[in-house]
Design a protein around this ligand. Sequence first.
Ligand code: NZQ
Ligand code: ZN
Length: 393
Amino acid sequence: MKDFNYYAPTEVVFGENSEEQVATLTSRYGGSKVLVHYGGQSAVRSGLLDKVCGLYEAAGIPFVKLGGVVPNPRLSKVREGIELCKQEKVDFILAVGGGSVIDSAKAIAYGVCYDGDVWDFYLGKDKARQMLPVACVLTIPAAGSEMSEASVITNEDGDVKLGYSNNLARPKFAIMNPRRTFTLPPYQTAAGVTDMMMHTMERYFTHDDDMDLTTDLAEAVLRRMKSAVFEVLKNPEDYRHRAQIMWGGSVAHNGLTGCGVSEDWATHQLEHELSGMFDVTHGAGLAAIWPSWARYVMHENLSRFVRFAVNVMDVPNDFSDPEGTAMRGIEAMERFYHAIGMPVNIHELIGREITDDEIREMTRKCSRNYKTTCGQFRVLSADDMEAIYKMAK
Ligand code: NZQ
Ligand code: ZN
């Protein structure tokens, strides 16, 4: 069992009409001039953006708006936000949206307080020592950025997608109203659930299998997300199950399911090259990679895969054939992905066969020019990464 620090300082305000509290919370956390940051259309169409701005106006809190964040958020938008915040003397950033908007907000918040180029943090050239406070009104449960320390940005110059983690970036507050997720299309709903399940699985597949409570919690999250997603795909306005999923997204990525265990994150790193190169939805990219990763690494700790098959995927345990049981768990996961409209390989993800050159390029990027490994469950060399991409073709 690993020793651990658990740090989850975000104030979660969850439930019907929770966005009504946005102005009070912003003042409480020191915001006196706010950047309201948002994505394409969804927050405008639903009236959420107007509602938030109206609440700031009523409370006498000045704000400026910056929209246009796209999924796999771009560095150019971050730079635009940094300039705007400096000009307007913004001291607080509110993200209205999902992981992409929150991650863009975090990057802007770093950049405003830094004399150098914000991309330095993502390249690992420097560490942020301060940033503007960030908070969010979450509209899509998926990335878990509403409580996480991470931010993932795509530099269009070279299609490089990189993450940077710093505890300073954990949002001050996260407003979550499950009703605001009723408008999510089925594909985004399913990709979101896939992502949050993967955040749990990146921690579940570990060699530290003596932290039983963490494992129990992880299995509960996985089972609950797996069943709730079908309810909301059947009825998008099912508040009860939308709520399970919304809270599940946060629990999956606020560190709780990683206490006492070493974490893997290879599937995520392999996926970031896919969404960096093909601009696909992150959750769908994870589904395209995971089955191949799982088959490639399962012998590192077969009993963990057996446990996953039995406790999460409801596969009968064949004690005489642990490998078969583990394999049936992976196959059951593939059936689950298909049942919710997710791909299980790259061809299904991008709609065509990926070329060998593209695989080599992703391998080069994922291994940072053949200099780094990824993963913990099995430490993957560049050759391993290439082999997994080929299996996932
Ligand atoms: O742009 P709009 O019009 O708002 O549409 C968005 C977007 O197209 C739409 N949407 C959001 N809320 C909606 C809605 N549509 C209808 N009704 C609503 N209520 O959904 C689409 C996807 O939004 P996005 O923010 O991109 O989704 P998600 O939360 O999945 O974020 C994905 C990004 O987060 C990163 C991913 O790599 C990806 O770039 N991640 C961030 C992490 C973190 N910061 O901790 C961890 C994750 O592993 C992940 O890597
Ligand atoms: Zn993710």
